[in-house]
Design a protein around this ligand. Structure first.
Ligand SMILES: Cc1cc2nc3c(=O)[nH]c(=O)nc-3n(C[C@H](O)[C@H](O)[C@H](O)COP(=O)(O)O)c2cc1C
Length: 299
């Protein structure tokens, strides 16, 4: 069980509201080389069974994260997964090199960021851009396991995924948010300054689940690449669906906003399910030790 990027701060914000030590990992908010202020205007908007966000990449920058947040985050216990963002290959690579020499446990490469040198199209929408950024980060951070976080907005998610694996990804996580929007009918204008925003929460779950299922199929030729399933998971049953679709581990994001102990309850629910069915290997389902788990065997 991993706390999804951007929904769990730097881990310490939830102290007293849930047991963070029970998690397998915590993904940080997207980190860039230099500090960023994030987006202006409305940043969060509720939709039926979902959440639109336009936070942008508000973060203190990688050097300040390593100095200030990382020591506190380390003390919580779970694996520290640095979500790496950037606007061009050089920025990604420089950030990756700094993370490589820090005490983080692994990198989750966020390829949903706009590529400023390609007219702002997100890296993750195009297999060659995704492959290039994965290769650059792999080279700059040879010591850390590399998860690539896929965008569901790509036309052919599996093709992008395979290109990332070829370029050196050790694992794949999916999905990031879906590009969506809302209009404020009172003001007669889009809610968000950037017009579009990212949709998350239960509304996206069946689509995210189908994408995990399809990716597992596409990866049959690369069985050592664990899939981390994400998207609207709010209960143990939801999590089990992703594990059965082929995920070796799961991430939970928006559900934590609505109900901070959600991840603890999901872990307990999965344990109960396993006990009832005499399933012995938690590692085989991947709830804690995703790296060692590989793919589950009953598909
Ligand atoms: C407020 C908010 C901020 C997010 N920030 C990031 C981010 O910085 N980097 C990233 O890779 N994903 C980010 N995400 C996407 C989540 O990590 C996750 O992939 C997505 O929300 C789907 O999971 P969920 O439905 O459980 O929330 C963010 C999501 C939300 C709701």
């Amino acid at each position: 069980m991993i706390a999804a990027s951007g929904t769990f701060g730097y881990g310490t914000e939830y102290a007293g509201l849930m047991d963070a030590a029970a998690l397998g990992g915590i993904c940080t908010k997207g980190l860039t080389l230099r500090p960023r202020p994030g987006n202006t205007g409305v940043r969060i908007w509720e939709t039926p069974s979902g959440l639109l966000n336009s936070i942008g990449l508000e973060n203190p920058g990688i050097p300040a994260f390593i100095e200030g947040e990382l020591p506190r985050l380390r003390k919580l216990g779970p694996a520290v997964i640095a979500n790496l963002a950037g606007s061009d290959l050089a920025e990604y690579a420089e950030g990756a090199a700094l993370l490589d020499s820090s005490s983080i446990d692994m990198i989750e490469l966020n390829i949903s960021c706009p590529n400023v040198r390609a007219g702002g199209m997100a890296f993750g929408l195009d297999r060659s851009a995704a492959s290039e950024v994965t290769g650059a980060v792999r080279k700059a951070a040879p010591r850390k396991p590399l998860i690539v976080k896929l965008s569901p907005n790509a036309g052919d998610v599996a093709a992008v995924a395979l290109a990332c694996v070829e370029a050196g990804a050790d694992a794949l996580s999916l999905v990031n948010t879906f590009r969506a929007m809302a209009i404020d009918t009172g003001r007669r204008r889009p809610v968000f300054d950037n017009v579009s925003a990212g949709l998350s929460g239960p509304a996206i779950r069946p689509i995210a689940l189908r994408m995990v299922w399809d990716l597992w199929e596409a990866l049959r030729g690369s069985p050592g690449i664990p899939i981390i399933g994400t998207g609207g998971i709010a209960s143990a049953r939801d999590a089990l669906e992703f594990l059965m679709a082929g995920a070796a581990a799961i991430q939970v994001g928006s559900a934590t906003f609505a109900h901070p102990p959600a991840m603890n309850e999901i872990i307990a629910g999965i344990a109960g399910y396993m006990k009832n069915r005499r399933i012995k290997t938690a590692a085989g389902i991947g709830i804690r030790a995703w790296g060692a788990a590989g793919q589950i065997s009953f598909i």
